[in-house]
Write a protein that binds this ligand. Structure first.
Ligand code: AMP
Length: 218
């Protein structure tokens, strides 16, 4: 299966994608995580991407398209994958269609995780993530706090706060989403691939709803 997730920053894509990847044994490919890793490693793509990420705007399409072309051709993607954060505009979506043709694969379904705009800022600013890359568990200071403040309840590693999850940048990121990414909802709806899932409420209930929508409860 090849699944694509759409949704604003803070809609809960990361959390649901991780749960679904585990459930279906698919590879979870988050463009944001791949970019942050590239920045940390100081690769050419990371160096080029950093100034855009620091402003909360989109990194140039060619960087993302090259990154995903390389990734999707690796053997670990053979079993199927979940795309989270790519594509982020119509040009990237068209490039992805071409990539699927190269790979002789098809998108199985596109999930749009729907959350009221008013909730997004609070969700983003309170987000914390386990710093242990193997664990990567998501938390929220209000909605899903760890047992001990700033410590992962699963593995004991410290939690981190993404530098672009601060209030100053959130407005820019949401503006970028509504201007450039939201049109993809119509783009994929026209291709009859779109399923909308309500992203508000308890993550386990949202996940159950997601499985019902995808009809993969087994
Ligand atoms: P995310 O973790 O998905 O919120 O992404 C963090 C940042 O990475 C975004 O604010 C963008 O600057 C950049 N980014 C992630 N995915 C893409 C993409 N598909 N196209 C362009 N920039 C991206």
């Amino acid at each position: 299966m090849q699944i694509l997730f759409l949704g604003a920053p803070g809609a809960g894509k990361g959390t649901q994608c991780k749960m679904l990847a585990r459930h279906l044994d698919l590879l979870h490919l988050s463009s944001g995580d791949l970019l942050r890793e590239a920045v940390k490693l100081g690769t050419a793509a990371g160096v080029a991407a950093k100034s855009f990420m620091d402003k909360g705007v989109l990194v140039p399409d060619s960087i993302l398209i090259d990154m995903f072309r390389e990734k999707l051709h690796t053997p670990e993607c053979q079993k199927g994958f979940i795309l989270d954060g790519f594509p982020r505009n119509v040009a990237q979506a068209k490039a992805l269609n071409e990539l699927f043709e190269e790979l002789n694969r098809k998108l199985s379904v596109v999930v749009n995780l729907q959350v009221d705009q008013k909730l997004l800022t609070e969700r983003i600013c309170g987000r914390r993530i386990c710093s242990n890359k193997e664990c990567n568990a998501p938390y929220h200071v209000k909605f899903a706090p760890p047992k001990e403040e700033n410590v992962c309840s699963l593995c004991g590693a410290p939690l981190t706060h993404r530098s672009d999850d601060r209030e100053e940048l959130v407005a820019a990121r949401l503006k970028t989403y509504f201007e450039q990414t939201e049109p993809l909802i119509e783009f994929y709806d026209k291709q009859l691939l779109l399923r909308t899932v309500d992203g508000e409420g308890d993550p386990d209930e949202i996940f159950a709803d997601l499985l019902r929508t995808l009809k993969v409860l087994a």
